[in-house]
Every structure is written in C-alpha cells, then in structure tokens.
Design a protein around this ligand. Structure first.
Ligand code: GLY
Ligand code: MN
Ligand code: MN
Length: 454
C-alpha cells in the first residue's frame, strides 16, 4: 500500500526532474478579523500542501533534488496555554517525511537563488520578498525562475495521483451527503439559511470545511450569491452550490437545483431538462484528447437547441452559438479544473487553465471559460451548465438590440418561475472516458423530487 509519505516523496522527485534549482514554498499565516487573536480560519497555500501534505501555519519548505527541508517555529509556552500542546518540529518532520527540519529563522541561510510562488496573504508575501531579497510578482504573472517553477507545478498538479483522488473521493462523498441533507431539510425550511445549515452541518460533522462560500439561494441567477436570508416559498427553485474540502485541502464542487415544493412546475421541468441534457451530453464526451473548449461549445449547442425547441430562441442552434445568443442564458464557462483549490490553481491566472499560447476569448459566450486544454487522463474537471434569467443581461439595451430577432421575449416571459438552474458534477478523466466522482447524487428530475418530498 502506498503511504502518504511515499506520495509526498514521489511528488518531490517529480518536481526535481522538472526544476534544477532550490525552491522555497511558504504555507502562509493567519489573517486577523477584528483583533490579532481573533483570526479567520487558516488555509495553507495549496502549492505548499501539495508537497508538504500538512496544513502547517507560518512554515516554509525548501525543495531541492527531491529532498525536503522543513522550516517552522516551535509553539511557544504561551501558545500551548491557549491552543494546547503542538507536535514538535521533529515530529512534524517525521510525519511529512522531511529530510531535515530547522527553525523558520534559519531559512535565511538556505534561500539563495530559490524560486518561489507568491502566496495570497499579503503579510507572508512581504516576508517572501524580504527573505529572498527581491521583488516577487503576483502569482498570476511570475517572472524568471518563478515562472519556470510555476510551469513545472502546473504540469504536476494538472493530473492527480491516487492519494489525491482518494481525498477527492472523500470530499465528494461528504458533499453528496450534504446535498441529500439539504433536499431533505427543504420542506421544513423557512429561509435559505435553514437549508444551508442542514448542508454545512454534514460537512462540519465529517470534520471537513467548505471548499468555498456556499451558494444556497432561491435567486440562482445571482451567480455567486452570498446571502441566505430570503424566505423559501413553494413555487421557488432552490439552487445549492456546496462542496466539502478534506483536512488536507482537497475539494469537491457540486450544484443541484430543486423545487421547494418537491414538484417542478411544467416550465421549471422543461428548462431543467434542457440543462440536464447539456450536462449529460458533456459528460458523455469526456475522454483524453478531447478539447475542453469543445465540451463547453457542446453545452452551448445543447442549451441553444433546447431553447429553440421550447420556442424561447429562434434559428439554427449552431448559428445561435456562433452569435453567442446562448450566453444570454448561460453566460459562464461549463466548468474548470478541480483539485486542492475549487478552481484549481486559479491563483496562477490562466497559466494552469489555458494551454501555452492560448488566451481568453473576448467573445460574450467564451470569455468566462476557465479551462482551454485538451483533457488528459487523471484530470478532474467540473461540468456545470446552467440556465439563468439575469436582469442585468436580459435588460441590457445592447443585448436587446443584438438579439432582438432571435429571442421570443413573450415566450420567455412564460418561464418567469425559473430564475436560475445549474447542475454541477465533478468528473475524473480516465484512460478510456470519464468517472463522475459525485454520481451518487441523482440529477434526474424524478429522483430529485423524491429526495425533496417529505
Ligand atoms: N462553486 C463555484 C463554482 O462552481 O465554480
Ligand atoms: Mn464549479
Ligand atoms: Mn460550484
């Protein structure tokens, strides 16, 4: 059986084959809320976690030729008073199979010429610059040796080893349970917050955290809605985008949309089936070598076809996609990479999501595509088509003019009980096709209704 330390050592060896210089990666530190001892939850840098395996705070690792040196301060007696006993530096070093371990202050003697990646928290970022005695560019636009390191890490983290997949399967299983709990809690819920509480309770009780701020809302057209105070009423659709993260940082990212009453209205059912058709068509196409951009375009085409069939759009689906008419209702990309980050490696801008030499399109229907690479076995991606009626898009005078001949606005008005629908699953690209890591959570309309009904 492969142990965690075997995995960590192998990742370090793989990095050594790609980068022939010392590397220092920082974990980052706590940020304070309103006074220093009252902190936001700590989340270690994902690049640190990938090679160190443990969410240590205020630590750094030096990697060279496959060897790892850990730099971390030992907890002070005062810290022990407030936070309890902590493992010693040597114990931590043994847990992560470090080759050596020193106090953090010793880093200055072993940092000459090292490459790094800028962390997100500004205080640690200043430290990086100070220790390395040079400016550190944003992680989105690394320069020189830092760019070389970034490209190597992207190469490693784009596909997942067995240990990573085992963690992602755990996150997926808890996320599925959370969604089932959210559906079961709906008939007794007054506010969105009641359903959010039922879902996050499952995540917390499994000693996990949320991989991102949960979206649990009857206003699904607000894509990253962060309010939970609206009443949930019979007749509403509830959109829940909630995912668990394991204690070592591996994420899941799942969305389901269900009727508060337990029964979709005919208009909700029709649009739900359009989104589901896009979801199923995209997953059926996933296999190594397929361009993710083509998966996105397949979602656009399927949604355009479905909206033509319902009389909302007019014309040939291919022409409608060509003119981005689908984006009036599906304005985002069909998904993204998933791993240690919910949008994996998005701290690196498009360096991970886009194949070298490709850049974001300016097109209305392609600008939010976060992944434009050929798929490879071992990648995990989300598939998350949607349909939304976003007033800021549909009332925009320029859009109204551009698309006046292809939208039947009167017909659209008949679907006013649908504000937002998204169906999102986590999909592993296998040697021959795809495995849906979150397949235990149904997507089919009847099965969803069954889970919501008391
Ligand atoms: N949960 C954010 C997303 O689906 O991308
Ligand atoms: Mn997602
Ligand atoms: Mn999501």
């Amino acid at each position: 059986m492969t142990t965690l330390t075997d995995t960590l050592k192998r990742r370090r060896q793989q990095l050594a084959q790609l980068v022939d210089r010392p590397i220092v990666l920082w974990s980052g530190g706590y940020s304070s809320r309103n006074f220093p001892a009252n902190t936001f939850p700590f989340r270690a840098s994902s690049h640190f976690l990938y090679f160190a395996g443990l969410p240590l705070e205020n630590a750094a690792i030096r990697l060279e030729a496959g060897k790892l040196t850990l730099f971390v301060a030992e907890a002070s007696p005062t810290s022990a008073l407030w936070h309890g006993a902590s493992p010693t530096r040597d114990e931590l070093a043994a847990t992560i199979a470090a080759d050596a371990a020193y106090p953090l202050s010793e880093l200055k003697t072993q940092i000459e010429g090292a490459a790094t990646i800028a962390v997100q928290d500004p205080l640690t970022r200043q430290e990086q610059s100070r220790w390395l005695n040079r400016a550190i560019a944003s992680s989105k636009s690394p320069q020189g040796v830092d760019l070389e390191l970034t490209e190597a890490i992207v190469r490693l983290r784009l596909t997942h080893d067995d240990a990573a997949l085992a963690e992602m399967r755990k996150a997926a299983a808890v996320t599925v349970e959370a969604h089932r709990a959210g559906m079961a809690a709906t008939s007794n819920a007054n506010l969105e917050a009641d359903i959010r509480g039922a879902m996050e309770q499952v995540i917390i009780a499994n000693n996990m955290t949320c991989a991102y701020s949960s979206i649990v809302t009857v206003y699904g057209e607000v894509l990253h809605n962060d309010r939970y105070d609206h009443p949930v009423r019979s007749g509403d659709l509830l959109l829940a985008d909630v995912g668990a993260e394991t204690s070592t940082g591996w994420a899941s990212d799942v969305t389901r949309t269900w009727p508060v009453s337990g029964k979709f209205s005919p208009t909700q059912r029709d649009l739900y089936n359009v989104v589901l058709a896009a979801h199923d068509a995209c997953i059926a196409k996933i296999r190594p070598g397929v361009e993710y951009r083509d998966i996105h375009l397949l979602a656009c085409q399927t949604i355009a076809q479905g909206l033509v069939d319902l009389g909302i759009l007019k014309g040939q689906p291919a022409d409608l996609v060509e003119m981005d008419a689908h984006a009036l209702f599906f304005p985002h990309g069909v998904g993204h990479l998933l791993g240690l980050d919910v949008h994996d490696m998005e701290d690196l801008g498009d360096l991970a999501g886009y194949e070298l030499g490709r850049t974001r399109s300016q097109r209305f229907g392609l600008g939010y595509l976060r992944l434009d690479r050929p798929l490879k076995s071992g990648m995990v991606v989300t598939i998350e088509p949607g349909f939304y009626q976003v007033p800021a898009i549909l009332q925009d005078p320029n859009h109204r003019e551009t698309y006046q001949h292809v939208v039947n606005w009167d017909r659209l008005a008949e679907f006013s009980d649908v504000r937002g629908i998204r169906i999102e699953d986590d999909v592993l690209v296998t040697e021959t096709g795809a495995e849906v890591l979150t397949a235990d959570l149904p997507t089919e309309r009847g099965a969803i209704e069954h889970l919501v009904q008391p």
